[in-house]
Design a protein around this ligand. Structure first.
Ligand code: 4NP
Length: 156
């Protein structure tokens, strides 16, 4: 199983989703690969935003190993599931999808917590630390739900 988390810059939201899910997957001893990317190229090569690094570290999660990269069409071939943080990431990737199979890989991450509601993870970039805490909590819950759902599917 290969899972990709996607936001705009790949420095604030998707690195948290990536780090959270990878740790939970590893803790369960599952041989799954998790990565993240941004639809935009502004921050390619940079590490995660220090505010994301800090909120992760406060929960014993180290995301400093990550490097921002841009989402590419080949990611549709590489990944089984692709999660958008918000509706703009979602529609940007939908536009890049080559066929229905690509499109079916794309989901909004918060639909794991709130099925069918199409809620979005707010972009915390221009806000303060509280925004990063909110994003962390939302993604912690969503990645718990996602992992439970995938483990259930795997065992059925
Ligand atoms: P992210 O946040 O998409 O959660 O990584 C952003 C980071 C940078 C910018 C926008 C959003 N930016 O415009 O540079």
């Amino acid at each position: 199983m290969k899972i990709l988390m996607v936001c705009l810059g790949n420095i604030c939201r998707s690195p948290l989703a990536h780090g959270l899910l990878q740790k939970k997957v590893d803790d369960r001893g599952l041989d799954w690969y998790v990565d993240s990317a941004g639809t935009g190229a502004y921050h390619v090569g940079e590490g995660p935003d220090p505010r994301s690094v800090d909120v992760a570290a406060a929960h014993d999660l180290d995301i400093r190993y990550q490097k921002a990269r841009q989402f590419i069409v080949d990611d549709f071939d590489e990944y089984d599931l692709i999660f958008a943080m918000d509706s703009s990431n979602y529609s940007n990737m939908m536009q890049l999808a080559r066929n229905e199979e690509d499109q079916q890989k794309i989901h909004l991450i918060l639909n794991e917590s709130y099925p069918g509601e199409n809620r979005t993870v707010p972009d915390p970039y221009y806000g303060g630390d509280q925004g990063f805490k909110n994003v962390y909590d939302m993604l912690d819950e969503a990645t718990n739900k996602l992992l439970e759902r995938l483990v259930r599917a795997k065992n059925n």
